[in-house]
Structure formats: C-alpha cells, structure tokens
Design a protein around this ligand. Structure first.
Ligand code: ATR
Length: 494
C-alpha cells in the first residue's frame, strides 16, 4: 500500500494535499506533530472528511517528529483521536498510553508500534521486530537509517529473518536506503511511505506520482525483474525515467531504480540477494567495476571502462554502450546536416579535437577512431593529456592552444566545464568557432551549454549530450531485456 505522509500545518491544507493525490495513494498518515493545533478540527470530523484509511501519528522530536511537549498532553490528544476509531494509530516503542491503546483496541484500530534509529541498522533489528509482533495485534514498524552500501545490505538481510511475520512495516531511511522504499514488498513490508514534495517527509522519500507512475511500486511482485543504476551521487540520474517508461510501454514486468553505492562489493552482495538482472554504471565506478566482471564484451578491452553490467549465468558481464551512444547521434546529425549542406559527409570528417582527458574522453576517442578520424587531445593538465594521448596513439596539445582548433572538422567537449550550475563556463571561452565545424558536447544538463551556444552563433553544427544519454540508455535496455526499445507511441498494458 502506498501511504502519503501529511506534513502540512493545518487539516485544511492536508486535505488539499490528499485531494491532489487521492488517485495515486491507498492511505495517508496524519502527522499531528506538524499541525499548529491538532484539535483545530474535531477528530471525528477529520475521519469523515478524509475518506480514506488514516494512520494517526504524533511524533516526538527524539523519534524524528516535531513534538516537544509533555507526554500527558500528547496522550490526551492521541486519546481524542483514538475515540473516533481511525484505521491505524502509530505509537513508538516506549510510549505508554494505556487508555489510548485500550480505546484503539475497542474501536478496531490497529496499533503500529514503531522503532526509529537515525544512526544505524542495529544488529538485533530482527529481534526488535519479533518482540513487537509477539504483542498480540500490533504491527511492528522499523525505520532505520542506512549510511552505506554495507548497511543497506545488512538491512535487507535482516528482513530475511522476519519473513514469517506477515504484517510489518520496514523502511531504510536516507539515500542508501532508497531501494527499500521501492522494493518494500520484497522486504515483507505492507506499506511504503511517500510525501507530496518528495524528500520532506523523511530522507530518501518519494512523491506519490513517482511511486505510482514511475516505479509502479504496487505492481512489483515476485516475478518482477530488478534493474538499476549504481553511482555516487546517483539520485539525480535520468536513467530511471528512460528505463521504467520503456518497461511500461513494452509491457515488461521490470523496475529500474537508483542504488547509491560507496562499496561495489557490498552492492554486488545486495544485487545477488535481490536477484538484480542488470545495472548501469556511472561516475565514479566505470573503471572500478571492471575488477568485478566475469566476462567482458570486446569494446571494453579498448576503452577500459564499463557502463552496463548484465547477469550471464553465474557471472556479471560488462558492456559499454557509451560508444554507440556517442556515435549514433553524430551519424544521424551528419546525415540530416549533410542533406542541407552537401559538403558534410562522414568521410569528410578527417580531424577531430577532443577537449579533456578523463574516462569520457577515452570513450570518445575510441568511438572517433572507429570512423578513422585523426584525433588530437586538448587538455588543461599536460601530464594527464599526454598520458592518454600516448595510450590511445593520438596527438596532444595543452588547452590554451586554441589557435590550432579551427583546423579541426569536429570538436568534442568531454570535461565537466559548463555543467549545471556553472552554465556560463566553457573550457574554450576565447575560441571562435568556424562555420560548419561540428561542436559536440557530452554534457546534458543544461541541454545547450555555453560551448554549444558559442558554436551555434558561429554557424557550426551542434550536438548536445542528451541524445547520447538517450542512445546509450536505449542500448542498455536492449542488452538487459533482449528486446527492441519500444517507440514513444507504443502503449504498454502492464
Ligand atoms: P570523466 O571520467 O567523466 O571524463 P574526469 O576523469 O574527472 O571525468 O575528467 C575530467 C576532465 O575534465 C579532465 O580532462 C579535466 O582536466 P584535468 O586533467 O586538467 O584535470 C577536465 N576539467 C575539469 N575541470 C576543468 C576546468 N575547469 N578547465 C579545464 N578542464 C577541466
């Protein structure tokens, strides 16, 4: 069940949030500690007005809420609500309100007994859950903070030990814990919480729209194939949008989610545990992941970097779709621009300048070499530029030699300069592009960088990084699923 946590300061505002999200959620949690006056509206009227299952929660500061008053006042307010017979009432471990509990039981209200830990996943978490559930009728809830890949693996393992407890609520807080909110049913949790503005309810929380439409959490079952992307940071990634929408269009029972990772080994343990079928790899793991592959596709030998990993029998096989991702938009641009300008053909691109000398530059160089283009690297640091040039058999000049650039048919920008928020920066502020030069920037935020704007105003042909991102993702989809990427028009039924 998808539960929307209501964090507004009045009943009226919370009701408006419910109305906006009613079609996306199964229930809501009314956080009394967020209200300016919890008795502003008669609790029995609240029950009537919301018209959906509600959890009543009055959270103390120490448990992650806002309430800082006395326990007797908190008990009085909870009792006023308990008398109206809501579906659930959330009481923390250690909260002792006999009158509230008796009333709740009499009214048929289920008590959720919650445990919070904002520091770590405790070793005895399974015992804590078991002890709560042994108290007749109470639903144990554990919300614990996962601060690393190791912790999130431990968190998922704990719940293997409590599989027999049918009614429970568990969630891993923080960005490392994010997968627990999507795969909550795998953890045996009956509820996953979200909030109307994402992160405001608890760290790592999603919006109802993302839960229902993007990740389709309520459709996930034992047959759902799990895919994802690993990186650090990773939560900003566009890949979940591309893959999840494609699964929906192609009616594939699969989900794709971001995994924040600080240790690849622990992530792979988690991946085995969750039966992850494949994953994308982003910064900073494209090289480190090579140490964990049992098999590599041929292009990895050349670029020594991997952005796609797929399970093949007992091993992980690595691929690199950045090459195709880079080349296909270039080839299609040449085709369309060539129609307007007869001189622009793939064979007429003879000399290429690559700005930068990192992992992305290496992939771009390999791609351009496959088109027999002669490459020169321009890089700020001479040692790094010269090293990559020697390794890839190309020439090198320092970045300040912009006097040489007009000689090149294509200039590819592979550094991070110009990326959001530094949108007015370019590694070539002084360079004047010439007409019909091709300017390719692999940055995709913003869609048009300062580098591309300068090129465009000089009449150059420009290509932005979004096309590359999309194309490499489409190739990943095909590797993961062995299916053709569904066109935008295709409508899925799942
Ligand atoms: P990636 O693997 O994504 O390519 P990287 O390995 O960190 O990332 O490489 C970043 C590239 O951007 C490098 O070529 C770097 O130049 P240096 O080798 O001189 O560090 C380049 N870069 C980063 N910031 C830059 C800046 N302000 N001006 C020019 N080049 C810059």
């Amino acid at each position: 069940m998808i539960c929307l946590t209501l964090m507004e300061s009045s009943i009226e505002l919370n009701l408006m949030v419910v109305e906006r999200n009613r079609h996306l959620i199964d229930m809501a949690e009314l956080r009394l500690d967020m209200l300016i006056n919890p008795l502003e509206v008669d609790p029995c009227t609240v029950k009537l007005e919301f018209q959906l299952p509600l959890i009543i929660t009055y959270r103390k500061k120490i448990d992650g809420g806002k309430y800082e008053g006395t326990e007797s006042y908190r008990g009085d307010i909870l009792y006023s609500y308990a008398k109206c017979g809501f579906d659930f009432i959330d009481l923390e471990i250690g909260s002792v309100f006999p009158e509230v509990e008796e009333t709740a039981l009499r009214k048929g209200t289920r008590i959720i007994r919650s445990y919070h830990n904002f520091k770590e996943v405790p070793d005895n978490l399974d015992t804590i859950i078991r002890e709560i559930s042994s108290k007749s009728g109470e639903i144990p809830k554990a919300a614990v903070y996962c601060s690393s890949s190791k912790e999130v693996f431990k968190f998922f393992k704990v719940f293997e030990k409590t599989k027999d407890i049918k009614d429970k609520i568990v969630l891993g807080m923080g960005e490392f814990g994010f997968p627990s909110r999507i795969l909550y049913k795998q953890l045996g949790s009956i509820i996953s919480y979200c909030s109307s503005s994402g992160n405001s309810g608890a760290p790592g929380q999603l919006t109802p729209g993302d839960m229902k439409n993007l990740y389709r959490v309520d459709e996930i079952n034992n047959s759902t194939s799990v895919y994802g992307i690993i990186g650090n940071p990773v939560m900003h990634s566009h890949s979940p949008q591309l893959h999840n929408k494609a699964y929906k269009r192609a009616a594939i029972n699969a989900v794709y989610l971001p995994f924040l990772v600080d240790d690849i080994g622990y992530f792979l343990n988690l991946a085995a545990f969750l039966n992850v079928k494949g994953f994308s790899v982003t910064v900073p793991y494209k090289v480190d992941i090579l140490n964990f592959l049992g098999e590599q596709s041929p292009e990895i030998e050349k670029i020594k970097s991997c952005n796609t990993v797929c399970r093949k029998g007992r091993v992980w096989k690595g691929y690199n779709t950045d090459l195709d991702g880079f080349l296909m938009p270039l080839l299609s641009k040449i085709k369309t621009a060539g129609l307007k300008n007869g001189g622009l053909k793939i064979g007429s691109i003879k000399k290429g300048a690559v700005i930068g000398a990192g992992g992305a530059a290496r992939a771009v160089i390999t791609a351009l070499q496959s088109l027999n283009i002669e490459i020169t690297i321009f890089n700020r640091s001479e040692s790094r530029g010269a090293k990559l040039a020697a390794e890839t058999g190309v020439s090198f000049f320092p970045l300040n030699r912009i006097d040489l650039l007009s000689d090149f048919d294509i200039i590819v920008q592979t550094t991070t300069v110009g990326m959001v928020p530094e949108v007015d920066s370019t590694p070539l502020p002084e360079y004047k592009f010439r007409k019909n030069q091709i300017a390719y920037d692999i940055i995709y935020t913003p869609l048009e960088t300062r580098f591309l704007k300068n090129a465009k105003s000089a009449g150059s042909v420009t290509i932005g990084g979004m096309a590359m991102l999309k194309t490499q993702g489409i190739r990943q989809f095909e590797i993961f699923t062995d299916r053709q990427f569904p066109s935008e028009e295709q409508k899925g039924s799942s």
